[in-house]
Write a protein that binds this ligand. Structure first.
Ligand SMILES: NC(=O)C1=CN([C@@H]2O[C@H](COP(=O)(O)OP(=O)(O)OC[C@H]3O[C@@H](n4cnc5c(N)ncnc54)[C@H](OP(=O)(O)O)[C@@H]3O)[C@@H](O)[C@H]2O)C=CC1
Ligand SMILES: CC(C)CCC[C@@H](C)[C@H]1CC[C@H]2C3=C(CC[C@]12C)[C@@]1(C)CCC(=O)C[C@@H]1CC3
Length: 345
């Protein structure tokens, strides 16, 4: 059994701490006795024990004031994948992350924990029980993934034991839970528009969905195990619920929990993927005159119709990781947290 490692300093910073994952992380850090400096482009709440610093992470001076007297930094800021804005992703995820690293070095930060993504190895084709030694996607599925790859390389490459700067990356997959602005709201929006009647493919594809508290747990374990003599320095770790589930069973459980019917009719994967590509092309052509966001993007169709689940054995071995909330409990808590998204609400 892994030993519990005590944090050296109890002051840390969460870059992206106003976001979905970031705020859950901040709340757990406070529970564990840390004081937290949040750096984010927006401030979405107030909490005792938290100091807010509003700014863009591409601005080193702004970052430096948030990193004062901080020895541990969590970097979980990113533009939303649905924005699909190449220039924004490159600016924030690549150049912004270089700025974060430089600011950490200038401020004397000792540990940097990056929220990466398991999708850095996903190319739109099946991944079954993928381990961390899978190569990065050669043809990333979108700009978000492409820049998450570069971001992870930068952070892991910056790990420098002689300089006393240690880094690690957590690769979660399909994070869900209360206050998630993406997964459940998108699903309900599609259901309300009558678009959730169909299952893409045969519906047997297994996928990881990870309850947000498990992702938080993985981050804190990584931070507290990050020492110069630890095997985790400069390494990525998958963090999942360790309970792969059929993509369409997960969607159905959430939909039914919120009072919507489960999808029933099957459509061939290649047909829907082709239609999604056509629709994307149409949005590009029509952009000068009108803009609309399709629900079924090629990326979502690929995620909905393929296997993509990952092994978290390395996290168990090196971090003593074990999910703290089961998938069943996570779904129940999530469904209960969205009364306003229930059918008829
Ligand atoms: N959600 C998921 O399923 C998964 C997420 N991840 C990763 O987890 C991390 C957190 O994701 P999640 O909580 O879902 O995302 P959120 O969008 O909820 O949180 C990200 C936060 O970062 C902020 N931010 C964006 N750009 C900047 C910037 N230039 N400077 C400062 N702050 C900025 C966002 O502000 P604003 O909202 O105004 O843009 C937001 O508050 C991300 O790195 C993401 O790539 C990985 C795997 C799966
Ligand atoms: C309309 C339906 C076919 C799909 C609705 C649910 C989707 C919005 C989500 C299902 C899988 C999710 C997912 C992500 C975002 C939300 C989904 C597409 C990520 C792309 C978020 C960022 C990552 O790093 C990887 C995630 C994979 C799973």
């Amino acid at each position: 059994m892994a030993t519990r490692v005590r944090p050296v300093s109890k002051r840390c910073a969460v870059i992206g701490g106003s976001g979905f994952l970031g705020r859950h992380l901040v709340e757990k850090l406070l529970d564990r006795g840390y004081s937290v400096s949040v750096f984010d482009i927006r401030q979405s709440y107030e909490l005792p024990g938290v100091t807010f610093h509003q700014g863009d992470l591409c601005d080193k001076q702004a970052l430096l004031s948030a990193l004062k007297d901080v020895s541990l930094v969590f970097h979980c800021a990113s533009p939303a994948p649905s924005s699909d804005d190449r220039l924004l992703f490159e600016r924030v995820n690549i150049r912004g992350t270089q700025t974060v690293i430089q600011a950490c070095l200038d401020a004397g930060v000792q540990k940097l924990v990056l929220t990466s993504s398991a999708s850095v190895v996903f190319e739109g084709t099946d991944v079954k029980n993928g381990k961390e030694d899978l190569p990065y996607a050669k043809k990333p599925i979108d700009y978000y993934t492409q820049t998450k790859i570069e971001q992870e390389k930068l952070v892991l490459g910056a790990c420098n034991k002689p300089k006393g700067f240690l880094t690690v990356a957590i690769r979660p997959h399909g994070i869900f839970g209360p206050r998630d602005p993406q997964l459940v709201p998108t699903l309900v929006d599609a259901a309300r528009r009558g678009k959730m009647k169909f299952i893409i493919g045969d519906g047997t594809n297994l996928v990881d969905f990870t309850y947000v508290e498990n992702v938080v747990h993985g981050h804190i374990l990584a931070a507290e195990h990050l020492r110069a003599d630890s095997p985790i320095c400069g390494k990525p770790y998958h963090i999942t619920n360790d309970e792969p589930i059929r993509f369409w069973d997960f969607m159905s459980e959430v939909l039914v929990g919120l009072g919507y019917p489960a999808p029933r009719f099957h459509l061939p994967y290649t047909l829907v993927y082709g239609l999604a590509l056509l629709l994307l092309l149409l949005t590009w052509i029509l952009r000068p005159v009108m803009s609309f966001k399709p629900t079924f993007t090629p990326m979502r169709v690929a995620l909905a119709g393929t296997y993509h689940y990952y092994s978290c054995e390395h996290a168990k071995e090196h971090l003593g990781y074990k999910p703290v909330v089961s998938l069943k409990e996570g779904i129940a808590r999530t469904v209960a947290s969205y009364p306003h998204l229930r059918r008829g609400a």
